[in-house]
Design a protein around this ligand. Structure first.
Ligand SMILES: [Zn+2]
Length: 71
């Protein structure tokens, strides 16, 4: 089952799903998640990430990269 979010959980305004390259950073390391789909409220700026977006984000984030060498 796929849940679609229709209203902002913060202000209750209608919220739109957007799809764009998402810039993130982790410990000063910048990374980009291409074509990330998530919701952003035009009214208050709240951003909501569906589970798929979180998984995609984690797949691209250095925070979740497989450890090759521990310090
Ligand atoms: Zn809002």
């Amino acid at each position: 089952m796929k849940l679609e979010l229709t209203a902002c959980p913060v202000c209750g305004c209608s919220i739109n799903k957007i799809r764009e390259d998402w810039d993130g950073s982790f410990k000063n390391q910048k990374y980009v998640v291409p074509d990330l789909e998530y919701y952003r409220c035009k009214n208050c700026g709240e951003e909501v990430y569906p589970r798929e977006a979180m998984q995609k984000n984690e797949a691209c984030s250095p925070a979740f990269r497989t450890l090759t060498s521990a310090e």
